[in-house]
Design a protein around this ligand. Structure first.
Ligand code: EPZ
Length: 417
């Protein structure tokens, strides 16, 4: 099913239930390695990246099975700290196994995790920090090796609040001897969820949800049950789908407390967002107002993962919008296909674009080249006049559980083939 056919021009109406968070589920599943008991992780989305993580854990010797409500992981036996190269290649999120394997096995052998279309995705911050904890790294024939004979706590200051580096440091630190103080830690809700899972396993972590984490390691961790929070990026995707089509959508279970910056941008677009304990009710204008400036930033700023969706919505805006991408160096790849649909977008420099809203976009053939850019092109197709055919949809299915079914239930004319 790598094609999606869209007949655009329908204002979305109805309710969509938001799935569990991909970027919380992945590090938490990796962290199940850190206990020798059984953990049950509920509300995991049934998406390609999670299935891939399950395969990686099984390749390490863990017993992993999907159950009705979630994923049960028994980590008593682990065969080795060596990740199958073909499994890691091209999947950046396998990187979160680095810290867990160092913590559990004291060594790792893995292919350099793939970068992707949004940038080179280096791992220098991970390596620099883990070296301070006593981990040796070296490279042989393109493979990354890590070994820690004496994994110990350290005082670490990240130069940038990297989500993945924070997660790897935390997972190593809970197993290290002594105390780790991590400053300029990422504060994303997915990092908080990982810390809360580890605390539920018995880890001692102070400052959860803040930019300074103090981890007292060396404790035996026990299995537990944990429910993954809903996915704020998926919720934001459907929010901007409502904005671009002028629709009325209820985002059931949307994690609104994690979406302040997103809701603020939507309201600047003229959408009315009513937050209730059950979710967010979004009523959008027929055509969004242009937001003068949208700038991505580490949490709690506007998330980079929703930048492409906001850009798509702004192609239909009344006025001019400048979008600045401050997290990744190559996250404007959707500009060209959006231009082919009739959008008026000027690249100002590598990190910013100026969007003059137009009355109409026109359906055409589109190709997804990465996860969030692909979702943004789908949103543009929903709003465009006429038919669009989107290829490369496997990228989109890596992060969205039932996006075509969800959109159809909101009235969109969408068919996946
Ligand atoms: C996580 O990626 C998410 N992925 C990304 O979501 C998200 O966009 C990103 O955090 C930012 O919020 C997962 O959680 C699986 P970073 P991560 O380390 O950890 C640079 C999606 O669509 N950097 O915070 O890779 C890096 O190049 C994905 O779900 C270094 O320079 O992000 C980037 O410019 C896309 N050296 C910036 O920091 C390093 O060692 C942010 O990276 C690490 C990162």
């Amino acid at each position: 099913m790598d094609f999606i056919h869209v007949q655009g021009g329908v204002a979305l109406k109805g309710k969509v239930r938001i799935q569990g968070s991909k970027n919380a589920a992945l590090p938490i599943l990796a962290a199940t390695l850190l206990t020798k008991e059984t953990s049950c992780i509920y509300n995991c989305p049934r998406i390609a990246d999670v299935h891939h993580m399950v395969s990686l854990l099984r390749s390490l010797g863990l017993q992993v099975c999907w159950e009705e409500q979630g994923i049960r992981v028994n980590s008593t036996d682990i065969c080795r700290g060596e990740l199958p190269t073909e499994a890691v290649k091209g999947m950046r999120s396998s990187l979160c196994l680095l810290g867990a394997l160092i913590g559990r096995c004291g060594e790792v052998r893995m292919e350099y995790p793939g970068g992707c279309m949004i940038g080179k995705r280096p791992i220098d911050l991970h390596i620099r920090a883990l070296r301070e904890m006593g981990v040796d790294f070296w490279e042989e024939q393109g493979m990354l090796y890590a070994k820690a004979d004496n994994l110990h706590g350290a005082e670490i200051m990240l130069p940038f609040p990297s989500v993945g580096a924070t997660e790897n440091i935390v997972m190593a630190a809970v197993m290290a001897e002594g105390c780790t103080v991590l400053s300029r830690a990422a504060r994303e809700p997915e990092v908080e969820a990982l810390c809360r899972y580890l605390a539920a396993c018995g880890a001692c972590i102070e400052g959860i949800g803040t930019g300074t984490l103090t981890i007292r390691g060396g404790r035996e961790l026990y299995g537990t049950s944990y429910r993954v929070p809903e996915d704020r990026i998926v919720a934001g995707t459907y929010l901007f789908a409502a904005a671009i089509t002028g629709g009325c959508v209820f985002l059931e279970r949307a994690p609104f407390s994690q979406m302040e910056a997103v809701i603020h941008v939507a309201e600047q677009m003229g959408a009315q967002c009513d937050v209730t304990p059950k979710g967010i009710y979004v009523q959008a204008k027929e055509r969004p107002k242009s937001v003068p400036l949208i700038r991505t930033a580490p949490y709690p700023g506007f998330p980079t993962d929703l930048q492409s969706m906001a850009l798509a919505a702004m192609t239909k805006g009344r006025g001019v919008c400048v979008i600045e991408e401050k997290i990744f160096e190559n996250r404007f790849r959707v500009v060209e296909p959006l231009r082919q649909m009739g959008a008026d977008i000027q690249i100002m420099n590598a990190g910013s674009v100026k969007v003059r809203g137009v009355e109409k976009l026109y359906g055409t053939c589109l190709e997804a080249k990465e996860l969030r850019g692909g979702a943004a092109l789908l949103l543009a197709a929903l709003s465009a006049e006429g038919e669009s055919v989107l290829t490369g949809c496997s990228y989109i299915y890596r992060g969205y559980e039932n996006i075509c079914k969800d959109l159809r239930e909101l009235g969109a004319r969408v068919a996946s083939v």
